[in-house]
Structures are given as C-alpha cells and as structure tokens.
Design a protein around this ligand. Structure first.
Ligand code: THG
Length: 284
C-alpha cells in the first residue's frame, strides 16, 4: 500500500513495503513554553527553526500542532502552516482536535497533507471525512469511538475497519487512510504496549494499511525513555508500523537500522549516508 503525500514541489511515498517514514513531532507546544510564547505573538521563527532542524535530523514529514490553552487555532494553524511551507519543502501532518482549524488549515496548505486526525466517533466521521475528500488529503484514523478506548485489540481493529469503510463510502481511496493504534503509557497500564502491538499486527495483516503512532507515548513517567521507546519501536515496525510520529533527533539512526535489518536499504546506502551527513553537520 502506498500513501502519497505532497509538499509544494515534492512527493513523498509512505510504502508498506518500503523504508520507515519519520513524522517529526516537535512543532507542538506541549512542554515547549517558548513555542507558545512566540506563536501567541504570530512569530513563526522558532517553528521554522524546529522545522529545519527536524529535517536535518531525518524527518520526512512535519507534524504541525499549535494547541495550547486560549489559542485561536482557527487562525493560528493556517498561518503556521503557511509560514512553514514558505521556509521548507516537506509534506505536513496537520494535527488538531478542532475540525474548524483543520478546515482553515486545509484551505491554506499547499500539496497533499496528512490530516491528524479522524476517529470512529460518528460526529468525527461526519465532519472530518467530507473535508478530506473535498481537499484530496490523506487522514490518520484513531481507533477510538463513541464508546471510548477499548483494551481489546480485536475491537480496536474493528474501529479501524469502520473508519476505512466510511472513508471509502465518502470517496476517499483506501491508501489515504493511515491507522493509529493509540500507543499509551505503559507505566499506567501493564498491557498498554501489548494491546497496540497486537492492533498493529491485525491492521497490517487484514487491511494492509499504513500505520502511525506517537513513538514516545509509551514511556511517559519512566526513566531511560529512548531505550524503552526503541525496544517498543522495533516490535512495532516488525508488526507493521510504517510512519511513527517521533523526535527525529532521537529516532532516525534506530529507524535506519531497522530498515537495513529488514532488507529495505540495499548496500546500507541510507544507513551510511545518514551517518556521514550527521558527521558533516557536527563538523560544520
Ligand atoms: N498520535 C497521533 N498524533 C499525535 C500523537 C499520537 N500527536 C501528538 C503526540 N501524540 C505526538 N507528538 C508529540 C510531541 C511532543 C512530544 C511528544 C509527542 C514531546 N515529548 C517529550 C516529552 O514528553 O517529554 C519532550 C521532547 C523530547 O524528549 O524530545 O514533547 O500518539 N496521531
């Protein structure tokens, strides 16, 4: 399955048979006080700096989230999208729980973005999917619905299937639906990782869709987060994860290793190229 995203002038393929695609998470005000301050003043310098540094660190797509208390995201999300697209040429993942902000951002964005997100709630399906169809975007489907979040992988799979079917009925091609199995903190629930890992496997084996997830969600509240995230990432990728939302500075080397091990990087070209690029950046 190939999901194609577009920036101003470039095309990016997320391919279930190809290398892992990294969606950079850092343009997100959670835990970034300085980003809240600057964005509140319509100052996009820090957001642009985060865009550039994530691309240097290996991001293929940039998640853009401007959610913080009191924000007018209906205005700020499209403005941020425009500022970032003036500065860099990679596809965007537009991240907001507010359908009105998604709509204004869809009108402002160039190319073909990934919209983050729709879920299995009736209201979400009815508001988001028509916008995706109208603008020819791709969409992330979160596997929760009007009954909330289930801990049964088979039920999470059924919600993924429902989202896919509703998207197809709306006229959205199946390849433009990317499923998020809802990775959550393993400190709060011992089964949290097993549930999502099994959901990834079911969605991969039965639907063949591309799959994303927040790469660091599982390690909230715990030490040694990078090692914990990487152990979980290895199994997730092996089960069918194709495009994690992650901090590229912390994950790219690991992801390149996974691609090489899985015979998705002939002659270790990408693995070594990334190493030499990073060495050159260090010395520049
Ligand atoms: N699924 C989907 N979208 C998502 C998430 C998901 N969007 C938001 C979030 N989860 C992913 N994005 C972030 C952005 C920032 C941080 C984490 C996830 C973050 N993390 C570190 C922390 O928590 O301490 C700090 C920075 C770091 O260590 O690099 O700030 O699950 N569809």
């Amino acid at each position: 399955m190939k999901t194609i995203l577009k920036s101003k002038s470039q095309e990016l393929v997320i391919d279930t048979e190809g290398p892992v695609v990294i969606i950079g998470e850092s343009i997100n005000p959670t835990r970034r006080k300085k980003l809240v301050e600057t964005l509140s003043q319509n100052n996009f310098e820090l957001a642009i700096q985060l865009a550039k540094s994530q691309i240097e660190a290996g991001a293929d797509v940039l998640d853009v989230n401007v959610g913080f208390p009191g924000v007018d995201d209906v205005a700020l999300l499209p403005a941020t999208v425009k500022a970032i697209q003036d500065a860099v040429d990679v596809p965007l993942c537009i991240d907001s729980p507010n359908p009105k902000a998604i709509e204004t951002a869809l009108k402002a964005v160039e190319g073909k973005p990934l919209i983050n997100s729709v879920n299995g709630e009736e209201k979400s399906l009815q508001t988001i999917l028509p916008m995706i169809k109208e603008h020819g975007a791709a969409v992330i489907g979160l596997v929760m619905d009007d009954d909330g979040i289930t801990q049964d992988p088979e039920k999470r799979f059924q919600i993924a299937e429902k989202i896919l079917n509703r998207a197809i009925q709306t006229g959205i091609p199946q390849e433009d639906v990317v499923i998020d199995p809802l990775a959550m903190a393993v400190s709060a629930d011992p089964n949290a990782c097993l549930v999502t890992l099994e959901t990834i496997k079911l969605v991969h084996d039965r639907l063949g869709l591309n799959i994303t997830q927040g790469a660091s969600n599982i390690s909230f509240g715990l030490p040694n987060r990078v090692e914990l995230n990487n152990a979980h990432m290895a199994i997730s990728i092996w089960n069918g994860l194709t495009c994690p939302i992650a901090n590229p500075a912390k994950i790219t080397t690991f992801v390149r290793a996974m691609d090489l091990i899985r015979a998705r990087d002939d002659f270790a070209m990408r693995f070594t190229e990334f190493f030499y690029n990073q060495e050159a950046l260090k010395n520049s």
